[in-house]
Write a protein that binds this ligand. Sequence first.
Ligand code: SF4
Length: 253
Amino acid sequence: MECRNCNAKAVMANPSLCRKHFISYFEKKVLATIRTFCLFSKKDRICVAVSGGKDSMSLLFLLRKYFIHVSAAVVDEGIFGYREHTLSHVKKKCAEWNVSLHVVSFKEMTGKTLDEHMLLKEHPCTVCGKLRREMLNACVKDHDVLALGHNLDDEAQTVLMNLFACKDDLAKAQLPRSESRGQFARRVKPFCMMKEKEVMLYAVLNSLAPPFVECPYMRKSLRNDVRDALNEFEKDHPGTKVNVFARHLAIYG
Ligand code: SF4
C-alpha cells in the first residue's frame, strides 16, 4: 500500500500515510487540538506528567519540539517489578533531551510505597490515582499547566466508567482543559483526539516505545474491563470510541 501523498510505502492504512506524512498528520492534529481547546500558549510553562509509557513519552517528545518551556514530572509509586524499569527509561530520555525532570515518590511523601499501602486492602488504583494527583499538583506549583498523555481511547473509557459509577461531578470535569482550582494547576490533554494505535505508531516511528512492562495491579482495575469491552465493540462497530467522546464533549464541553 502506498502513501496517499507520495509513492512511499504506507505505515498506516486509514488514512494511508508513509512515515513522514504520518508524523506530520499526527503533529498537526495535536497542535490543532491545542489551538481548538486553548490548552496553552508558547509563553506558558508546561510540565508533562510522564509515566515512561508510550503516551506520556510521545507527548513530551512532541511538546519539546514546538514549545519552549517544557519540563517533566514522574511519580514513583513504589510498585516492585514495574516502576524501577519505567523510571530508568524516563531518566534516560529526559537526560538525552535535556529536559528537567522532577521525581516524587509515595515513600517520601507518605512513608509507604504503593505495595505497602496494599497491605491495608484498599483498591490499588484508587489509592494510586488519588496520591498521584496530589503529588503532581505539588510538582507543578511553578508551572502554568500540567499536561497529561491521555489519548482518545482513555477518554472514551473514562466516559463509560463515570457513567457506570454515576459520577456526574467527575463527568462534568472530564474535558480537554480543566481550569486551575485553588492549589490545583490547569490540566490539559493534548492527545485527547488521538487514537491509542496512532500514539503507539508515533512512539514506534520515533523510537520512543518503552520496554513493555505492565503494572501488576492493572488486571484488577475497572478500567481494564472497560478497555477490553470497548475494544471488542470497536471491532464490530468502528467509530464507537470517537462517538462516545464526541458525545461527551457535546454535552459537557
Ligand atoms: S494500574 Fe492502577 S496501580 Fe498501576 S499505575 Fe495505574 S493506577 Fe496505579
